[in-house]
Design a protein around this ligand. Structure first.
Ligand SMILES: Cc1ncc(COP(=O)(O)O)c(C=O)c1O
Length: 394
């Protein structure tokens, strides 16, 4: 059976922790259970958590806290096993073979792959570093029509960190509304802003056909909890709920108990500050590295996320560069092709300083070796191909 793998995750899981330095996932140093419970008098409550099946849609208190985070209502929320489940069941609920689905590149390609595997006609709208990775809304307007079922986006963007302006959000809503299309807004990176303390606006409440996805994996620093969510209008909620039952039944009760603690107002603020402080500092280290190796690399400094989408000045495909970095430098990074855009590497910087410095040193050495063998593309010259063809099917 033809099946498009989720190339980024396949790349990470086949490596399976073998690379000495992994800058390939998109989080930051995670929170420990001890750090989360610091100052909380909850140990007895946690120890008494019954390990029975929890409510399928999620514990009511947790749904209330998630609803607050999006200014919605608890009945609009389904708690999922990470945003990964949320995106997957959203595509299963919304998309049928032949449907027209529009996504953005560079982008986190889970929704892209799920839609391809659902038999949709998937069209990517490409943005460029030269345009500061702003979304090309003229191209979006030209692509979307009455046959468009879904516009899927990630805000803030993974891998570029671009945050949509209010005007861009309004324009995307207007384009969707004109076509009657759904918007799937993956808002997992909300709270990772680097240049402002204002949390990125949610799409929730801007349009009746919007589904928002969130999780505790990024700004809260807890990917291991596997707690994510969907916020959806009644029109879609039942269909999503039925799919959630098939996929996972429910999220784990201990994870949900810890998630409730994480989402109280005190901890929401504490954890988001922690994460932002870490990635604001580590981004300066990545900035310094890019500046020091301006002959080899360049980038548009990201306004959010723990990621840098770094252009390398070589006429080589990104999968080859990433593979060489792994084989010769023992460093794992995401290849631009994994995000639909050639000529780049996605580098996660939210690491311990010594670890990041060693990994970046190795990265520079391997890029230098490649430049010596294959020659260098001058900084600013266009990458060989602006984007890559769809991932091969198996
Ligand atoms: C944009 C985006 N969506 C979804 C996910 C999956 O998140 P989770 O860990 O909550 O399943 C990620 C993880 O990297 C992501 O970056």
């Amino acid at each position: 059976m033809d099946y498009a793998p989720f190339e980024l995750l396949e790349w990470q899981s086949l490596d399976d922790g073998a690379a000495q330095y992994s800058l390939a996932d998109s989080g930051c140093r995670p929170v420990t259970v001890r750090e989360l419970l610091d100052g909380e008098d909850v140990l007895d409550h946690l120890l008494d958590t019954p390990l029975h099946y929890p409510p399928e849609r999620g514990q009511e208190r947790l749904r209330e806290l998630i609803a607050e985070h999006h200014c919605g209502q608890p009945d609009d929320v389904i708690v999922t096993v990470g945003a990964a489940e949320a995106n997957s069941i959203a595509i299963d609920a919304l998309v049928r073979p032949g449907d027209h689905v529009v996504t953005f590149a560079p982008g986190y390609r889970q929704v892209w792959g799920c839609a391809v595997n659902a038999g949709a006609r998937v069209e990517e709208i490409h943005s460029t570093a030269a345009a500061g990775w702003r979304p090309d809304l003229e191209a979006l307007r030209a692509a979307v029509g009455p046959g468009t079922r879904l516009i899927a986006l990630t805000n803030p963007n993974n891998p570029t960190g671009t945050i949509l302006t209010e005007q861009e959000m309004d324009e995307i809503v207007a384009i969707a509304a004109e076509a009657g299309a759904w918007i799937l807004a993956d808002e997992v990176h909300r709270g990772t802003e680097l240049l402002t303390d204002a949390v990125t606006s949610s799409f929730w409440g801007r349009y009746e056909r919007v589904i928002c996805v969130g999780s505790l994996s990024k700004a809260f620093g807890m990917p291991g909890l596997r707690v994510g969510w969907l916020v959806a209008p009644r029109e879609a909620l039942t269909d999503l709920w039925r799919r959630h039952e098939y996929a996972t039944v429910s999220t784990g009760s201990v994870s949900m108990a810890l998630a409730e603690i994480a989402l109280t107002e005190r901890n929401r603020t504490r954890l988001t500050h922690r994460y932002r402080n870490l990635i604001r500092e580590s981004r300066t280290w990545l900035d310094d590295w890019v500046t020091a190796h301006g002959d080899l690399v360049s980038y548009v400094p990201p306004p959010a996320t723990a990621l840098g989408f770094v252009a390398y000045h070589l006429d080589l495909p990104s999968r080859q560069v990433a593979e060489t970095l792994r084989a010769r430098g023992d460093v794992l990074v995401g290849a631009g092709a994994h995000f639909g855009t050639e000529g780049h590497l996605r580098i996660a910087h939210g690491h311990d300083p010594a670890y990041l410095a060693a990994a970046l040193d190795r990265t520079a050495s391997v890029l230098k070796e490649l430049a010596a063998v294959h020659g260098q593309r001058p900084a600013g010259a266009p990458a060989p191909a602006r984007h890559t063809p769809p991932a091969p099917t198996q």
